[in-house]
Design a protein around this ligand. Sequence first.
Ligand code: ATP
Ligand code: MG
Length: 762
Amino acid sequence: RASVGPKYLSGLNPEQREAVETLDGPVLVLAGAGTGKTRVLTTRIAHILSQGRARPAEILSVTFTNKAAREMKHRLGQMLGHAVEGMPWLGTFHSIGGRILRFHAELAQLKSNFTVLDVDDQVRLLKQLLQAENIDDKRWPARMLAGLIDGWKNRGLMPSQVPSGEAAMFANGKGGKLYASYQERLKILNAADFGDLLLENIRIFREHPDILRQYQQRFKFILVDEYQDTNVAQYLWLRLLSQAPSSTSPRLRGEVAPQSDAGEEDSPQTALVETPPHPDLLPASGEKEKTKNICCVGDDDQSIYGWRGAEVDNILRFEHDFPGAKVIRLERNYRSTGHILAAASHLIAHNEGRLGKTLRTEDVEGEKVTVTGSWDSEEEARGIGEEIEQLQRQGEKLNEIAILVRASYQMREFEDRFVTLGLPYRVIGGPRFYERAEIRDALAYLRVINSPADDLAFERIVNVPKRGLGDATVQMLHDHARKRRVPLFDAARAVVETDELKPKARGSLRDLVAQFDRWRAQREVTAHTDLAQIVLDESGYTEMWQKDRSADAAGRLENLKELVRSMEEFENLQGFLEHISLVMDREGGAEDDAVSLMTLHSAKGLEFDNVFLPGWEEGLFPSQRTLDEQGRAGLEEERRLGHVGLTRARRRAMIYFATNRRIHGTWSTTIPSRFLDELPAANVEITESKGGSAWGGTGGYGASRFDDMEAFGSSYSTPGWQRAQANRNRGGGRNGGRSGGFEEEAATFSSSSSSGPDFGSF
Ligand code: ATP
Ligand code: MG
């Protein structure tokens, strides 16, 4: 036990070492990207354990994702030289909150096996409530209410605490009441939503100080990564747990109602102060109030969850909230090369509300950040695909390549491209193309055609679209199938010959069986792509989405088209389905060498040698919606997102923008992101797309699609970017024809874009 492995401490710089070794009292590590904050946290745990200061189960360690938690455990094992058994309290806020809630479920009127609802479940439940209240779902969509409730929960507000002004925002003042009845319904269903996992913890801690004290005593050390993105509820939860159990004052130190914001009067902070002191919590006389050994690490420049209620102020208030806190700054970036770090620092310097930090690297200058323009998003995907193959040929590992997108719909084109190229990839933080609901539905039809015994597939689509074959019918088919030991499809064929079903359901099921028989017969004479289209149309599946009014319906129809298109590469249906099952099967193979595809938001804390950043266009990035909804603050958050993206790269950062993009089925002309203007000329290189010619037309894919390129060009002044691109094409060389500096060209663009969208007001 005495083996204080200088091994794990020896690689650290003096500041990092101080952060690791200052075990007593509150510590805040405030430092930029790649400075080793996460590494400090992991080493700190190793240190605590090897010093014998706490057992694994006495350390509360909060990471931002489950993946990060697994990673941390793995690194710990490496540092300590043995696997770390049981760190039950190493995880995300949600997973730890959920775990605590299961222990005390009865105090939240739940059973310990409660279900955690996802957003779809949540919306479905709210729809029912709206119906019961006779509230028009069109005027007051359930999704909007779900968003409001989520926001309240993120701020730690119980139904009774929702400020009346905010409750009024929904259905003429019914918001608060609906929130309350939603909570009641959840209890009846033995269910909790994500927000509850922490909110119910907070409630239990407040109402049962003895329970709170148990946890305060248990957690000898608390560690929090990505502290800049904690929201009010997470903050309150941490504050409660971080009070030293023996001496906690019921009035939390530094607990003040936020500023003068009148609307916030009902905020949980105030509520917490007003909670009557529990006798057990009164400070022992004369004893000095103190807080636990809490260590938070964060970076205000990487705060990217403001839209989800994160309060970067938490980090600013740390010293105030945790008196005597030691604040440690780390300045050396160990991740990125000089050019990448300079580009990222220069970009973020355009934000105003910053603490300001020094970041330096002792790494080589490395390659410049590249910026590549493409004609459209397909060319962008093709270009990046080729670039990746090139990197692969140079010996780069796919695991060290990531594509970070602003919006998840951008992923589809990359996934298609990768499937075509046979390039292994994984999607982090969301479903892959073939796992999306509409794709699975379509595949289910094809599977039943291919194999009538595929019960899972048949059950999936028997009533999709709705054909009046509800649960009762399916149950009956199951009974039949079990009794006769036949597949569901055969049971269906038999049942329609009896009078066991009501006439309507029977007719409907008979039609379905007949349709499948017909499709199977057609299979012999029709190309499989045509057959797929026929099936989607005749089954009413396409129509179902055409009639759907939800925002993502158009995207789903697009996906279905893509699916049919992707089948062209296979000889027949059988071959295609085999391919799909292989693709699906590869999921979860974490050791596989594969390109990572994810949103910028999910990329937080991660690092890759090669990072592709596509879609740097106005409207997409920065996102128009964020700008519309949050104005300047939104713009700054988008810029931080760009900063996060760039700082994920160790050796290469490659930015792309397309001049035409198809968003939910409609093409629109775009202009390059203003963030490109904000990159420093000295660290950036403009390159040409490898996927084809964007400008000056070599008769590539783009040009044939848009015969009237001229018309496009003249509909607004030609941005400097495009001229630069055109010049280069004329000049031939990689950098030929480029005279002025990068920012000069960008400036030309800004001043000549008057007929484009107006964003001069920022
Ligand atoms: P982010 O803000 O992006 O989350 P971070 O501050 O958490 O970044 P880490 O991920 O901990 O940074 O570290 C970045 C990289 O630098 C990692 O690969 C890490 O192993 C490496 N690193 C950190 N400190 C040192 C050190 N003292 N010596 C060598 N490498 C280091
Ligand atoms: Mg980190």
